[in-house]
Every structure is written in structure tokens, then in C-alpha cells.
Design a protein around this ligand. Structure first.
Ligand SMILES: [Zn+2]
Length: 216
């Protein structure tokens, strides 16, 4: 039976690397994948991993019907044996429904990869819909570690070095050219709650009089 599988995790947990691995293994067996992504770090129409591997992909715009896109491709004589959707947290809930329809109506496996929660520890809408619809949710637990050594389960956003818990869910555009310098770091829940990034921990260690105080 074809399945909609959601591979979920934090940033840096190796999702895109696994997506590329699945693509490699299946294309080596002569299978043809259709790869969708959105806002990949390597630019439009690319699926890349931090390890430097990259492949071409279909960029998912707001108004793209991914089900209709696959049907069009098939009706023009194209071959699609399975579908990969990377950065699936950025897809609209309706587009996740379209992925489920690809599984049910076209009988293709769909492998979706996404970050579960944002920097406020709230579900991304695309990830929420995947949790609701997926046949299977696989939580990736590659060694993404907090600075303290505990397993990193949360994503933190920093603005000019300070951790923030408010702001737009997705920062669009070139972050380097933005007025504020935006960064991301994975943390354990304890240090996400205490807003203690690695830089904050280093600063606290250098001034032993100042104990880190957890916000209420
Ligand atoms: Zn920690």
C-alpha cells in the first residue's frame, strides 16, 4: 500500500540528507521521483543538504496544486514512481491535502520532510496538516545536540545574537541583507524555555556573578 510518510525533526537533524538518500537509492533502482521543495537554502528549485549534496526540484509556489502538477506530468507521458516533498513545513495545509490525494488516487508513495515546530515551539501549519494526515510519522533523531549536550528538540531564532520568541513564523528573503542579523540554533527544551543559547551560556560562564534567570 502506498503511504504518506512524514519525516519530522528539528533543524540540523539530517532531513534533507535523508531525502537525498531516498532519492539516490530509488533512482539507482530505476525509479523516477518527483521532488518538490520550497525555500531551500541553495535557492529556488533546489534540494540541498548541509553535507553539500544538491539536486534539482520543483519550487512550490503559493498557488501550485501539487496533485495537478503530478497528474499533468503523467498525462504528458512523464514517469513518476514516488514523490518527495522537502521543507514541507512551508507548504500550505491545502497542499498537504494534495500530497495525500497523490497517495490515495495515484497510488504513489509520498515522503514529506519538514521541521515540526517553529522558533516559538508552535507547529508550522504544513507540519500540523502532515501530522493529521500522514499514514506514518517518523521522528528523526540524528545527533542534533543542544550546546549542553542534551538532545536538541527545539528551534531557536536569534536576532542580532539575542534569542527571540516573537516575530513572523517565516522570515522571507535574503537574511544577510536584512537590517537585523537573523540566526537559528537548536536547543533542548530546558534551554529553549530559559532562552539560553550557546552564546548566552558562554557569556554567563564568563561572569559567574550573574546567574541565568529563567523567565517565568
Ligand atoms: Zn540544553
Amino acid at each position: 500500500m502506498p503511504e504518506l510518510v512524514f519525516f519530522s525533526g528539528t533543524m540540523d537533524c539530517g532531513k534533507s540528507t535523508l531525502a537525498l538518500q531516498i532519492e539516490h537509492n530509488r533512482s539507482a533502482r530505476g525509479l523516477q521521483g518527483m521532488i518538490f521543495t520550497r525555500d531551500d537554502r541553495a535557492g529556488e528549485g533546489k534540494l540541498s543538504s548541509r553535507l553539500g549534496l544538491v539536486t534539482d526540484a520543483v519550487e512550490v509556489a503559493d498557488d501550485l496544486d501539487v496533485y495537478a502538477y503530478v497528474v499533468d506530468h503523467l498525462s504528458q507521458g512523464g514517469k513518476v514512481d514516488y514523490v518527495i516533498a522537502d521543507e514541507a513545513q512551508f507548504l500550505a495545509p491545502g497542499q498537504i491535502d494534495q500530497l495525500a490525494r497523490i497517495v490515495d488516487d495515484l497510488e504513489l508513495d509520498v515522503y514529506a520532510f519538514g521541521i515540526t515546530t517553529d522558533f516559538r515551539s508552535k507547529l508550522f501549519p504544513g507540519s500540523q496538516r502532515l501530522v493529521e494526515l500522514a499514514d506514518r510519522v517518523e521522528v528523526l533523531q540524528v545527533e542534533a545536540l543542544c550546546w549542553c549536550g542534551a538532545r536538541a528538540t527545539h528551534n531557536a531564532r536569534t536576532v542580532n545574537g539575542e534569542m527571540v520568541v516573537e516575530g513572523a513564523q517565516v522570515v522571507v528573503g535574503d537574511v544577510d541583507q536584512a537590517e537585523d542579523r537573523i540566526g537559528y540554533e537548536v536547543l533542548c527544551r530546558r534551554h529553549h524555555r530559559r532562552r539560553m543559547t550557546s552564546a548566552g551560556a558562554r557569556a554567563a560562564a564568563l561572569s559567574p556573578d550573574v546567574l541565568p534567570v529563567a523567565p517565568a
